[in-house]
Design a protein around this ligand. Structure first.
Ligand code: ZN
Length: 135
């Protein structure tokens, strides 16, 4: 039986977990980071009997920093989820951040939840924003 670190354990009493390794053909969809389009390659993950995936991500902090840098350098418009991701990386509360950039907190909330149309034209690409190869 695999030992699962507390970071990837979850509240579930089932014991059967199948191990997988994320590949380019079948990358791990890293939804837990809060972004819809981040896929990881080279990591191990476990699929619990209950259907939940538990990823073994070896360098979470570096990974999250890498994703943040990717977003900060991208030339197209940021999505609401991307803005939220960056704000959280900066350790900013929504209300404080909204004030700093001159928005009402409600407006920022709508933007982060993609309830407002994008201001810049979309580039039409939906490629994953970040691939990483774990050692
Ligand atoms: Zn489970």
């Amino acid at each position: 039986m695999e030992t699962v670190t507390p970071a990837i354990a979850h509240e579930c009493n089932r014991e059967t977990r199948n191990e997988f390794r994320a590949t380019m053909d079948e990358p791990y969809h890293f939804v837990a980071c809060g972004l819809p389009n981040v896929y990881l390659v080279g990591i191990r993950y476990f699929r619990c009997e209950c259907g939940e995936d538990l990823a073994d991500i070896p360098a979470m902090k570096q990974l999250v920093n890498l994703i943040g840098r990717d977003l900060a350098e991208k030339t197209s418009a940021l999505s609401g989820a991307e803005i939220k991701f960056l704000r959280k990386r900066l350790g900013q509360k929504a209300a404080d951040f909204a004030r700093q950039i001159g928005l009402e907190p409600e407006t920022l909330s709508r933007i982060e939840n993609d309830h407002l149309p994008e201001i810049q034209p979309k580039n039409g690409k939906t490629a994953p924003s970040s691939f990483t190869q774990a050692a």
